[in-house]
Design a protein around this ligand. Structure first.
Ligand code: TC6
Length: 378
């Protein structure tokens, strides 16, 4: 909560039914920003920038910077992502954000910020719901084909931690829009911290290890409802799900070599085990894209459904499954997976170490540049 706004409740005004901060409170928040001692990190700085622009100028109307103008493109994207929220709401969010940063530094809300996001928690990149004993984690950046930003990795980890302990029976991961997920957001590679690419690689590796661990350790039945094409890390972790239901429109590919990278998500172990070494190599080394039916034939997918009836058939089935005795389901899942857990953690660790080296390589740098250059020419 914003300390600035809570100090002077009487100065708050109601506009269109929305609690709003005064101009004075907004100015106070602005000056508090310069007193912060800790760098809040690029993601948060971008959010502050975007909220400030929205609060002072309204929705983004600036021309889109070129793809190679990384910094200005990231700022523009952040501002644009606020859509048409009102200047009032942006002022309120700006104050709340700066208030929470100030409070975190002074220690008064340290406990709150250390807690995983829970039911009732708001996520920026996910829609998390609980209904019919099913917790659904929906990746929610459809305009970017649900590419996974650093923030989204953290939010998925938090949502899985929460789902692991809530009273739902089954947990589902799915995507908003026409894609399931386009994998790692390639702009993650353009957010280089002050201490350089090595530091970016170290942080990325740490986050990826935690992310994959969240799937390895997940204690209840975990189901992927693959509503469209899936790419990269969203495909590799499928080997850690208990069921994978796919629309016939879905495709599956892992363009690691093309990106100068290497396999992750425990796929260097789960894929050969599921489909045999030769088929796994075609995917993981040579970027072979599978149709949903081919993925099902190779045991990566449990069952394929016609696109027109996909949602209704899958959800009818999942709702029935969620009525089964919860402890029996969870304990059976744990029996199936526990034999492999130690090995999977070791595989995850080894894959992440390899990737950390890859992310500082010329091969990876050149591949990511090619992606953005190709876009810039469009
Ligand atoms: C961490 C572990 C190691 C890595 C593991 C991996 O996941 S490796 C795998 C890594 N993944 C890849 O290599 C996939 C790279 N992406 C693609 O190949 C294609 O975008 C596509 C086939 C996913 C969709 O093609 P389409 O013609 O249907 O749609 P479109 O292209 O017009 O996209 C719409 C908007 O979304 C944007 N966007 C989409 N994906 C990403 C992304 N990953 N990143 C950032 N942005 C992305 C795209 O730029 C565009 O934004 P704009 O211009 O509106 O600001």
């Amino acid at each position: 909560m914003c300390p600035v706004s809570t100090q002077v409740d009487s100065q708050r005004t109601y506009l269109s039914g929305v609690l709003s901060v005064t101009v004075e409170q907004f100015e106070q928040a602005k000056s508090k920003l310069s007193t912060l001692k800790d760098d809040p990190g690029n993601e948060v700085k971008l959010k502050i920038y975007a909220l400030f622009k929205q609060a002072t100028q309204g929705p983004c109307n600036a021309p889109k910077p070129g793809m190679l103008d990384f910094v200005n493109k990231a700022k523009w994207d952040a501002w644009k992502s606020l859509g048409f929220i009102s200047q009032d709401e942006a002022r309120q969010k700006y104050c709340d954000l700066i208030g929470s940063l100030v409070e975190a530094e002074t220690g008064s809300s340290a406990q709150v910020s250390a807690q995983p996001a829970g039911s009732g928690a708001t996520y920026e990149t996910l829609l998390v719901t609980k209904e019919d004993d099913i917790t659904t984690i929906k990746l929610n950046r459809p305009a970017k084909k649900n590419a996974i930003t650093t923030e989204m990795y953290n939010e998925i980890i938090a949502a899985l931690e929460q789902a692991a302990t809530d009273d739902s029976v089954i947990t589902v991961v799915t995507g908003a829009g026409d894609f399931y997920c386009s994998g790692n957001d390639l702009t993650n590679f353009t957010k280089i911290p002050e201490n350089g690419v090595e530091e970016m690689a170290r942080r990325g590796a740490d986050l990826l290890r935690k992310y994959v661990n969240a799937y390895i350790d997940f204690p209840k039945p975990l189901v992927a409802v693959v509503n469209g094409p899936a790419v990269g890390v969203s495909v590799t972790v499928l080997g850690l799900f208990d069921l994978v239901y796919a629309t016939e429109r879905a495709t599956f590919h892992t363009p690691f070599s093309q990106l100068g990278q290497s396999a992750e998500g425990c796929s260097s172990y789960t894929f050969p085990k599921l489909m045999g070494a030769a088929k796994a190599s075609e995917m993981l080394l040579f970027n072979k894209k599978l149709t949903a039916v081919q993925a099902c034939e190779l045991s990566l997918v449990t069952e394929v459904f016609p696109d027109s009836s996909f949602q209704s058939e899958v959800w009818t089935r999942l709702k029935a499954y969620a009525k089964l005795p919860r402890n029996s389901l969870a304990l059976s899942k744990q029996l199936i997976r526990s034999v492999e857990k130690e090995r999977l953690h070791a595989v995850n660790k080894a894959e992440v170490e390899r990737l950390m080296e890859r992310w500082t390589s010329d091969e990876c740098f050149n591949a990511v540049m090619s992606f953005f250059q190709a876009k810039a020419k469009l």
